[in-house]
Design a protein. Structure first.
Lengths: 327, 516
């Protein structure tokens, strides 16, 4: 307790000292500001020219905004994923981003005037070539996996990647999604609360395949020099996911917020995305991607449900999943 | 004997605990925009939650009896160390525990490798059996310690008397051990049942999928994903109701053993013959392997990463220790006040007993959300992250410490109440000369538990935490989220080592002080 009182006191002094420098408060996802996340580079890069103090505030994004309502301290929110945008938009906290979207290099159309994508990727099943020599070549082949091949996935009720998976299956199979889940069920080793537990089970050798992202092999290749982790690419297409930035409508730092949003689309910012987020840059031609990234195998077909379509299917798709896996 | 002040402080503490738990729930309910309703699957979730908690608690308690008895009546080299180490699984953060269990019992775990070596087809841990296995792994240590304490609290003179009266083993059991178990087991059962009631990540991962959906998972979904606060409050209320039901049942089942005071000589339990020796060896050996093997795999997995931990991990570890120590101080003081108040058996003791169990049934997430709503009009929640964490840790560890203290506090009242009164011992001197020395063992053990549990907490911090306030469990999670599984395993091992170190230090103090 004493230390926290001391810490509060010290931070008050620090605040008073920097009173003249305007502060841009950016709410960011939990992974953002650790020394191995993208936050430190973003902060240093922006503060180099903004004449301001960028302060990240990490944690749950949407729940926190909803709880705070109009009282929120946030000027900008970074890290909202595509599948929660409908609810974020409906809550009405965000104003137009006002940026020119011509610089975007996404594989899908992005007419959104509120949320600005800064990275993207697709869901994919990752396997280990040393353990699975003949991986499924199509999504349909996932229904007919050899005996003993196990998959670990995330729960769509608690995890954003798990939700993307059920939407992926739903957008390929429609009414037959339930049957897909029944066929896959015997191979689902288990379902975890979030991505990291699943991925831990996969890397420790417990499961043969894991639901993750097409960009996951990049981490193993670039950070660990391990070429054995690969994404199984399917001709049916892979579900698109992006992380976005949004400006709070009632921000007291509108100019700084605009400056930040404009900066997100610059190549300087975009070049830091791959290695810091382990995902693809949203506004950078493939030729300019950092070394090694252009060689990463990516699917040809991209599936993406519009916000309204995804929201309309969400409850039904999750319930089909739950019912099929509860048998 | 300090009846007045103790009663007032105890009642005050109960009011504070009730407020800490119920006000946030109320705040969440007030904020809900729609009238809550149950969803499809809720019935199944409630049913699964109840039966897995019931089976887990029964199995833990039943297994604890032979293990505790074996530990109570055998002396061997390393016994003290083994007893302390066997407490460790209870202190593991759930995600670490799950990884350790899977390394042993998983598809490619040690157990299946051993089975394969003798040609037996592999067994699957995923399913209801895995949920029970995990819950027994996590809670058997607690049950063993509670029951062992019961055995140690039977005065040696009663065993001597039984011996001189020529009691057969069955008669010793009937007249000494069963009454002790009737006093201890219902409380142990209640605590474990309620812990398992609020389990979520363990149940889902080892349960193998949505079949193993618990009410707590539905709460998590409602708060974090659907932002349906009404539903979260409804489900949290349901958990409260189930917990209250168990608290009431236990209150009526529990009896006092009434052994009277002894001279504090070391208890003499004798068991002659090869049969009991084999049985005790099996109980102790089997439990040690079951509990220590997963711990060993966690250590092996974490060691390489431990050597190159980033600075952020050490900073977070320092923060976590500070939070844990602050939480421990407040928890122990509150639990002592509550236990002394309830053991007084005055008006309202039953209600206070239920209040002391209440925080266990609370969803950490709903508590955190409610506190966020309560704090927010007055201060920026992120500036209060650590104090709020302390408050929640206190609420979450209080029921355990209280449960440990209560039976001994009752014995203290029965055995030393009149003597203290006739000597005019009161207030601080009574606490110093009578209460604390007599209760040192459960106080030390309870403080150790509180410290270790506070190290492992993760439930509420996500809403409040900023970089400067990230605790060690949060950093472990962030490392895993950034693919750094090896570093995460190292940080997790550090977490386990610190938790266990704190636990050991307090527990050692308690046992040491008790023998003085």
């Amino acid at each position: 307790m004493k230390t926290s009182i001391l810490a509060t006191g010290l931070s008050c002094i620090a605040l008073a000292a920097s009173a003249e420098t305007p502060v841009l408060t950016v709410y960011a996802g939990d992974y953002f500001t650790s020394e191995w996340g993208p936050g430190p580079a973003i902060e240093a890069g922006f503060e180099a020219f903004c004449a301001c103090d960028l302060q990240f505030s990490t944690g749950d994004l949407l729940p926190r905004l909803m709880l705070e309502g109009q009282r929120t301290q946030a000027d900008v929110v970074i890290g909202l994923t595509t599948d929660v945008l409908a609810r974020a938009r409906e809550a009405g906290f965000f104003g137009p981003h006002g940026q020119d979207l011509a610089a975007l290099t996404l594989p899908v159309a992005w007419p959104d005037d509120t949320f600005l994508p800064f990275n993207w990727g697709h869901t994919a099943f990752i396997y280990d070539t040393t353990r699975l020599t003949s991986p499924p070549a199509t999504l349909a082949a996932m229904r007919d996996l050899p005996d003993g091949v196990t998959v670990v996935i995330q729960d769509p009720r608690t995890s954003i990647s798990g939700l993307a998976l059920v939407l992926w299956v739903k957008s390929v199979y429609g009414d037959q999604a339930g049957a897909f889940w029944s066929d896959l069920a015997p191979h689902i080793l288990t379902v975890t609360k979030d991505w990291s537990e699943s991925y831990g089970l996969f890397t420790s050798g417990e499961a043969d395949m894991v639901l993750s992202y097409t960009t996951s092999p990049a981490y193993h290749i670039m950070a660990e020099n391990d070429l054995s982790k690969q994404a199984a690419l399917f001709p049916e297409g892979h579900y698109f996911m992006a992380e976005t930035v949004g400006k709070i409508a009632g921000t007291d730092q509108p100019e700084l917020a605009d400056k930040f949003l404009a900066w997100v689309l610059t190549s300087e910012f975009q070049k830091t995305v791959p290695a810091a987020n382990w995902s693809l840059p949203a506004a950078l031609p493939q030729a300019d991607w950092p070394e090694g990234w252009s060689d990463l195998p990516l699917p040809e077909k991209v599936l993406f449900l519009t916000e309204d379509a995804a929201e309309a299917l969400r409850v039904e798709a999750v319930e089909e999943w739950r019912a099929a896996l509860s048998q | 004997m300090a009846r007045g002040p103790v009663a007032v402080i105890g009642t005050g503490a109960a009011v504070c605990v009730a407020a800490l738990v119920l006000l946030p729930l109320g705040a969440v309910l007030m904020r809900a925009s729609t009238w809550p309703a149950f969803a499809p699957g809720d019935g199944q979730a409630v049913w699964f939650t109840l039966w897995q908690a019931l089976v887990s608690a029964v199995v833990s308690c039943v297994l604890a009896v032979p293990v505790a008895r074996a530990l109570a009546r055998r002396r061997f080299v390393g016994r003290e160390v083994l007893i302390t180490l066997m407490g460790a699984p209870f202190l593991l953060p759930t995600i670490v525990a799950v990884m350790g269990l899977i390394a042993v019992f998983g598809r490619s775990g040690l157990a299946n490798q051993a089975l394969a070596a003798v040609g037996v087809p592999p067994l699957s841990v995923y399913g209801a059996q895995g949920v029970i296995l995990a819950h027994v792994f996590l809670n058997l240590p607690l049950a063993v310690r509670m029951v062992l304490q019961g055995w140690q609290a039977i005065p040696a003179e009663r065993f001597r008397l039984a011996e001189s009266l020529g009691f057969a083993p069955a008669q010793v059991t009937r007249h000494l051990e069963v009454p002790m178990l009737r006093a201890i087991l219902p409380g142990a059962f209640a605590v474990i049942f309620v812990i398992c009631l609020t389990s979520f990540a363990v149940a889902l991962t080892l349960g193998g999928g949505p079949k193993a959906t618990t009410v707590e998972l539905a709460i998590y979904q409602a708060v974090r994903f659907d932002f349906d606060l009404g539903r979260a409050a409804l489900l949290a209320g349901l958990q409260f109701a189930l917990c209250a039901l168990v608290a009431v049942l236990v209150w009526h089942v529990v009896t006092q053993a009434g052994f009277g005071a002894g001279l504090d000589r070391a208890p003499v339990l004798r068991a002659q013959g090869v049969g009991p020796l084999l049985a005790d060896g099996l109980a102790i050996g089997g439990t040690a392997v079951f509990l220590l093997l997963p711990l060993g795999t966690i250590a092996v997995r974490g060691l390489p990463g431990l050597l190159e931990l980033p600075d952020a991990v050490w900073a977070a570890a320092g923060r976590s220790v500070t939070v844990a120590l602050a939480s421990t101080g407040v928890t122990v003081a509150t639990a002592l006040a509550l236990a002394l108040r309830v053991s007084d058996a005055r008006w309202g003791a039953g209600v206070i007993d239920a209040v002391a169990l209440l925080p266990l049934a609370t969803s950490g997430l709903v508590l955190g959300t409610g506190l966020f709503l309560l704090v927010q009009p007055w201060a920026a929640p992120s500036s209060l992250a650590l104090p709020v964490t302390v408050a929640v840790n206190v609420a979450m560890s209080l029921p355990f410490v209280y449960r440990l203290l209560l039976p001994e506090a009752r014995v203290l009242r029965a055995d030393y109440g009149r003597l203290s009164e006739s000597l005019g011992l009161q207030g601080i001197s009574w606490l110093r000369l009578v209460a604390v020395p007599r209760l040192a063992r459960p106080l030390g053990f309870g403080a150790g538990l509180a410290a270790a549990l506070s190290m492992g907490d993760l439930g509420v911090i996500a809403l409040f935490a900023s970089d400067q306030t990230a605790t060690l469990p949060l950093v472990v999670q962030r490392l895993m989220g950034a693919y750094r599984m090896d570093t995460a395993a190292g940080a997790a091992l550090l977490l386990v080592v610190i938790s266990f170190g704190l636990f050991w230090a307090f527990d050692w103090w308690g046992r040491r002080y008790a023998t003085v």
